[in-house]
Design a protein around this ligand. Structure first.
Ligand code: DSN
Length: 410
C-alpha cells in the first residue's frame, strides 16, 4: 500500500486529486485524460525497454510493444492525414529538437515568433538549446492588431534567408494561416516547421486549418487539446522519415516510454470519434463566452478576441500584474498562468497578463452558462483583492461549484 510505504508521496497525490476536484483549471495547455488513457499509462508497459522501432528493436520481448507502437503510428497518420508519424518523442521540446537536428547545423539561421507575441521557448529563445545553437530572427505580431502580419514575415524572411521558418504558438489566440507560411518558406527556400502543440485537437476536429501537407515538419504535444498523455509527436513527409526516426533514436533519445505510447494510441482512437469533435467545438464555444464576458467587465483581451481554445488578458488597466493575479486567483480556487502580452514591459517572471483556456473545464463538462459564472468570479476576485471576507466567500462558492464536476471523464 502506497499510503503505508510512502506516506509523503501518498499525501501529495491525495492532495493533488483533491486540488484538481476543487479548482477551476483554466491553463490552456493542460487537460484531463480519459480513464482508458490513465489505465494504460499506469500499466506494466512502463516495465519494458524497446529501443528501436517496431520489428527492429535492440531488445527481446517486444512482441506486444510492437503492436502498441504500430497502432499508434497508424492512428496518428490517419488522424492527421500524414505520410509518417513518430510517436516516441518524450515531449514537444524533444520533438522540436529532433526536427532541428535532422536538417539544421549549429549556426544556421531560423525565423520564429517572438515569445511575447506567442512563440515558444524551443522556437529559438536564447536561454533554450534552440537559441543557443541556432541564429534566430524573430517576427512579432502587429502592434496595432496584435495579429500575425504575414507581409512583415515575408520581408524578414527575404532579408534573413533562414533555413527554417517556425510557426505555431503557445498563446496566440487567432487562426494561423499555414498556407501563407508555406508560401513564404517556399519563396525563400526554407523548411517550414509547424508546432501545433496547442491546437492539435482543434485541427483534428476541423476547427483550425491543418499544416500537414504544407509544412515539411509538424510537431505537437499529445496532452493539450488532443487530451492524451503527456508526450510529443512528429508528423512529416515520407522523404524525411528516416532522418527523423534516426534522430529520435539513436540521435537524442534512448528507450521509448511504451506506457505513454499506449496512452497516445488510445487518445488517437478517442480523437477519431464524433464525441471528440463535439468536445472540441464546446471548447471553442466556452472560450468565446468566457472571453466576451471578461470583455464586458472591462478586461482588455490581446488581439481583441479569440478563435481558438485560449486568449490572453492584458491586466494593465486593472492595475495588477500577471503574477499577482495568478496568485490571487489561485487563492480562491481558479488556476491560470501569468503570461507575457505582446511587447510586455514586464519580465516573464512577473508579466502584464494572464493566459486563459477552456480545454480542461470543458473536459469536466462545463458549458457556456458556467463560463459566465467563471468570468464573474474572476472579476469579483480581482476587484475585491483587498477584502479578505469577500475572497473567503468567493473561495467557498468556487470550490463548491468545481466539486460538482468529475475529473475522470469516460
Ligand atoms: N508549457 C506549455 C504551455 O503552457 O503552453 C508550452 O511548453
Amino acid at each position: 500500500m502506497l499510503k503505508k510505504f510512502d506516506p509523503e508521496i501518498y499525501y501529495a497525490l491525495k492532495k493533488e486529486i483533491e486540488k484538481q476536484i476543487k479548482t477551476i483549471n483554466l491553463i490552456p495547455s493542460e487537460n484531463i485524460v480519459s480513464k482508458n488513457v490513465l489505465k494504460v499509462v499506469g500499466s506494466v508497459f512502463t516495465n519494458k525497454y524497446a529501443e528501436g522501432y517496431p520489428k527492429k528493436r535492440y531488445y527481446g520481448g517486444c512482441k506486444y510493444v510492437d503492436i502498441v507502437e504500430e497502432i499508434a503510428i497508424e492512428r496518428a497518420c490517419k488522424l492527421f492525414n500524414s505520410e509518417h508519424a513518430n510517436v516516441q518523442p518524450h515531449s514537444g521540446s524533444q520533438a522540436n529538437m529532433a526536427v532541428y537536428f535532422s536538417v539544421l547545423k549549429p549556426g544556421d539561421k531560423i525565423l520564429a515568433m517572438d515569445i511575447s507575441s506567442g512563440g515558444h521557448l524551443t522556437h529559438g529563445v536564447k536561454v533554450n538549446f534552440s537559441g543557443m545553437l541556432y541564429n534566430t530572427s524573430f517576427y512579432f505580431v502587429d502592434e496595432e492588431t496584435e495579429q500575425i502580419d504575414y507581409e512583415k514575415i515575408r520581408e524578414i524572411a527575404e532579408k534573413e534567408k533562414p533555413k527554417m521558418i517556425i510557426c505555431g504558438s503557445s498563446s496566440y489566440s487567432r487562426i494561423i494561416d499555414f498556407k501563407k507560411f508555406s508560401e513564404i518558406a517556399k519563396e525563400v527556400g526554407a523548411y517550414l516547421l509547424a508546432d501545433v502543440a496547442h491546437i492539435a485537437g482543434l485541427i483534428v476536429a476541423g476547427l483550425h486549418p491543418s499544416p500537414v501537407g504544407l509544412a515539411e515538419f509538424v510537431t505537437s504535444t499529445t496532452h493539450k487539446t488532443l487530451r492524451g498523455p503527456r508526450g510529443g509527436l512528429i508528423l512529416c513527409k515520407k522523404e524525411f522519415k528516416e532522418k527523423i526516426d534516426n534522430m529520435i533514436i539513436p540521435g537524442i533519445q534512448g528507450g521509448p516510454l511504451v506506457h505513454v505510447i499506449a496512452g497516445k494510441a488510445v487518445a488517437f482512437k478517442e480523437a477519431m470519434t464524433e464525441k471528440f469533435k463535439n468536445y472540441q467545438k464546446q471548447i471553442v464555444k466556452n472560450c468565446n463566452v468566457l472571453c466576451n464576458e471578461l470583455k464586458k467587465r472591462g478586461y482588455r483581451i490581446v488581439s481583441n478576441g479569440t478563435e481558438t481554445h485560449l486568449f490572453v488578458v492584458d491586466l494593465r488597466n486593472k492595475n495588477i500584474t500577471g503574477l499577482l493575479a495568478q496568485e490571487l486567483l489561485e487563492s480562491v480556487g481558479i488556476i491560470v498562468n501569468r503570461n507575457l502580452i505582446p511587447f510586455d514591459p514586464l519580465p516573464p517572471s512577473v508579466t502584464s497578463g494572464i493566459r486563459i483556456g477552456t480545454p480542461c473545464v470543458t473536459s469536466r463538462g462545463m458549458k457556456e452558462k458556467d463560463m459566465v459564472k467563471i468570468a464573474e468570479w474572476i472579476d469579483e476576485t480581482i476587484k475585491n483583492r483587498n477584502n479578505e471576507k469577500i475572497l473567503k466567500a468567493l473561495e467557498r462558492e468556487i470550490r463548491r461549484f468545481a466539486s460538482e464536476f468529475p475529473i475522470y471523464p469516460e
